[in-house]
Design a protein around this ligand. Structure first.
Ligand code: NAI
Length: 328
């Protein structure tokens, strides 16, 4: 029998946590033959709710679930962690400035990064879901100098999946016929979903669409503002789709991208495509054997360049802001 993989989930009692934990325990995160141990991290006031979720997990009798521990101390929750899903974050509340938001999240992600540095397993892989995800990931990474920086990633897979479906609908193909779509930049309204290298049923997507006005005025804003549209319709922010994207992100990272396709991940920039080092930005990546690589050599046209630069500029601003706050 295989040794179980330790998966730590923060914000476990939240709405994404509720949609996420059952899929991890049923084998969707790592594979149907990989046993898992869950470590749930919550703030003290929410530990009781997390215990309730743990009771329900028990009641599913998942064959792969080898144990559940609940903690309110990151040093305990990340001890021996192989995979860390950082979901819990401080939401922006009314009247809160961006600086306040970054500072409040720094108070969460800095100690969590340090706890990962000091206690996680050597092969730790980190996915930050909690917003502002890219910059929170940057803060955690800075607090973990002993962990290779490429292990800290931020989630843009929900944006990627949203874009795949919008493009499939527009071109009348099924989602599995959409390949090589890219989300560039920040998981925010400035993100850039790029279809110029994408394929629909084997044809270039931009040529198949052949409608730059749709691209600029419908596709990009629909993808970038989808989170707000969900809140408007549902009265609550995306949860099941966000959990699904977290599952996809880690599953792809661990198990690899399919030949002839790639995915989007927020990762520490290595300077590729003119994106400066020192920020965590979304790129097209292929994955294999638990490692990812940025897809190189794509031609970036002016339409794309402008939009990538704008989103990257926002990330650089956020990085400067957290630097100013002493968080990195
Ligand atoms: P939620 O408010 O339902 O749950 C958050 C949970 O985190 C709460 O149970 C809270 O007690 C917990 N928490 C707060 N501080 C914590 C800490 N220091 N340690 C451990 N747990 C802590 O929120 P929801 O809907 O589950 O969303 C979670 C985050 O995911 C939000 O920041 C949201 O903006 C973000 N998100 C990101 C997406 C992406 O595509 N990257 C998509 C959707 C949501």
């Amino acid at each position: 029998t295989r040794t179980p993989v330790n998966v730590t989930v923060t914000g476990a009692a939240g709405q994404i946590g509720y949609a996420l934990l059952f899929r991890i325990a049923s084998g969707h995160l790592l594979g149907a033959d990989v046993p898992v141990k869950l470590r749930l991290l919550e703030i003290p006031q929410a530990v009781k709710a997390a215990e309730g979720t743990a009771m329900e997990l028990d009641d599913c009798a998942f064959p792969l679930l080898q144990g559940i521990d609940i903690a309110d101390d990151p040093n305990v929750a990340f001890d021996g962690a192989n995979i860390a899903l950082l979901v819990g974050a401080r939401p922006r509340t009314k009247g809160m400035e961006r600086g306040d938001l970054l500072e409040a999240n720094g108070g969460i992600f800095k100690p969590q990064g340090k706890a990962i540095n000091d206690h996680a397993a050597d092969d730790i892989k980190v996915l930050v879901v909690g917003n502002p995800a890219n910059t929170n990931a940057r803060i955690a990474q800075a607090a973990a100098p002993d962990v290779p920086i490429e292990r800290f990633t931020a989630m843009t897979r929900l944006d990627h999946n949203r874009a795949v479906t919008q493009l499939a609908k527009k071109t009348g193909v099924s989602v599995s016929d959409v390949k090589k779509l890219t989300i560039w930049g920040n998981h925010s309204a400035t993100q850039y979903p790029d279809i110029f290298h994408a394929e629909v049923a084997g044809k270039n997507a931009a040529e198949a669409v052949n409608d730059e006005a749709w691209l600029a005025d419908t596709f990009i804003p629909t993808v970038a503002k989808r989170g707000a549209a969900i809140i408007e319709a549902r009265g609550a922010s995306s949860a099941a789709s966000a959990a699904n994207a977290a599952i996809d992100h880690v599953h792809t990272w661990v198990n690899g991208t399919a030949a002839g396709d790639w995915t989007s991940m927020g990762i520490p920039s290595d300077g590729s495509y003119g994106v400066p080092e020192g920020i965590i930005s979304s790129f097209p990546v292929t994955t294999k054997d638990g490692k990812y690589e940025i897809v190189q050599g794509l031609e970036i046209n002016d339409f794309s360049r402008q939009r990538i630069d704008a989103s990257v500029a926002e990330l650089v601003e956020e990085r400067e802001a957290v630097k100013g706050l002493g968080l990195i």
